[in-house]
Design a protein around this ligand. Structure first.
Ligand SMILES: Cc1ncc(COP(=O)(O)O)c(C=O)c1O
Length: 389
């Protein structure tokens, strides 16, 4: 058997070592407090589950779905964009449901990237942006997200030769892993840059509804020319705590949406219909739980930040996302520091380098753990700091 050489181009999975160490410690009876994964601990709201169960009993939903989804779902997505962002979308041409946004993020590279092509990718960034590009035979050109630029890429330093060669640019705000946000002025600059260099933009926006302190995140699609050059990926995962049900969407430029539809219609058969009906219920039903969940994450954010500051670990207060991007003390790599927290404190965090070279010097705490575990985690951090002094 000979595996394709493209697999050799995939970088080693950095979390393997951390996961192995967690398993070893747990086998010895140690309870690890896991600040690592970004997967909401709070359940999917019950009205959504009830709609899914009802739809699951209907034999019409036991058959193959269509790749482009139920018209009701595409309309519900378009209406949600209109209500939430004032963005008017054509549900027949500018909306496509996905099997979770990660699926579409990976597959869209196949629509743009030829062997040897470049995609502009943020560093640190959500790994599928670069991995999709690599699997399509291209290469990422990393745009550093620096703290002094509020974790926004600086388009002015991208060489013209690179920008002209690139086919795609990935952006993601509110941002994983830094928690940074972007305004419409920034998105406008991105559109202008894309028009100047003839490239397409993919904006990934699953965290627009996970916001704090009254902040309301914009959509890339609110920029007047955005739909001429790009699409936005969104998801029900984080807004409605539906990570396990796998449903997201891409909206925007009709040609890009259609290109992704053509790839997907040859690879998958769409989102199970009971889940599509649950998504319609999520988008159209009560939105009250969003504020309730955000209040919980905000309280956890404040609790964690207070302790991090007390023990001398510097972190910016994120206005959105459930991530706290934390500077590590000098003298460690982010991997060493994550290992140290695991071994000495019994808490798991994600090393910044899991998101790219520019993640060196940081670790990411996720707030998607129970209040009890969070409390235990921060108490362990304080006690550890006390012991060191
Ligand atoms: C930036 C970003 N994009 C996309 C996703 C994937 O979301 P989904 O569950 O819709 O595949 C995640 C999940 O962690 C994410 O952090």
């Amino acid at each position: 058997m000979k595996l394709a050489s493209r697999l050799d181009k995939l970088p080693p999975y950095l979390f393997v070592e951390i996961n192995r160490r967690i398993a070893e410690l747990e086998a010895k009876g140690k309870e690890i407090i896991d600040f690592g994964i970004g997967d909401p601990d709070l359940p999917t709201p019950s009205h959504i589950i009830e709609r899914m169960c009802q739809a699951a009993h209907d034999p019409a939903n036991h058959r193959y779905p269509e790749t482009d989804g139920l018209p009701e779902l595409r309309q519900a997505i378009a209406d949600w964009y209109e209500r939430r962002f004032g963005v008017n979308l054509n549900p027949a041409k500018e909306v496509l449901p996905l099997l979770g946004s990660k699926e579409g993020i990976g597959h869209i590279a196949l629509c743009f990237i030829e062997p040897g092509d470049l995609a502009l990718v943020p560093d640190p960034g959500y790994p599928p942006f670069s991995l999709g590009t690599i699997l399509a035979g291209g290469g990422p050109y990393f745009m550093p997200l620096k703290e002094e630029n509020d974790f926004l890429p600086n388009f002015d330093v991208i060489p013209d030769g690179v920008a002209d060669r690139a086919k795609l640019m990935w952006l993601n705000y509110p941002n994983n892993p830094t928690g940074a946000t972007a305004d419409l002025d920034f998105f406008g600059k991105a559109v202008h840059f894309a028009q100047r260099h003839g490239l397409a933009i993919c904006h990934d926006a699953p965290y627009t509804e996970v916001t704090f302190d009254g902040y309301k995140a914009p959509s890339f699609m609110q920029v007047p020319d955005a739909r001429n050059v790009g699409v936005e990926f969104h998801s029900l995962s984080k807004t409605y705590h539906m990570t396990g049900w796998r449903i997201g969407m891409v909206v925007g430029n009709a040609d890009m949406v259609n290109a992704l539809f053509r790839v997907k219609s040859n690879l998958d058969s769409g989102v199970p219909q009971a889940i599509q009906y649950a998504a319609v219920e999520a988008l159209r039903g009560s939105q009250e739980h969003i504020a309730e969940h955000n209040a919980i994450f905000q309280r956890r954010r404040d609790r964690l930040l207070r302790v991090l500051n007390q023990i001398g670990l510097e972190a910016r207060m994120p206005k959105a996302t459930f991530y706290v991007w934390t500077k590590i003390p000098p003298g460690y790599t982010s991997m060493d520091f994550a290992r140290k927290l695991l071994d000495e404190v019994g808490i798991a965090v994600t090393p910044g380098t899991g998101y790219g070279k520019q993640g060196e010097g940081y670790v990411r705490f996720s707030l998607t753990i129970s209040d009890d575990h969070l409390e235990e985690g921060v108490n362990r951090l304080s006690a550890w700091h006390g012991r060191k002094r």
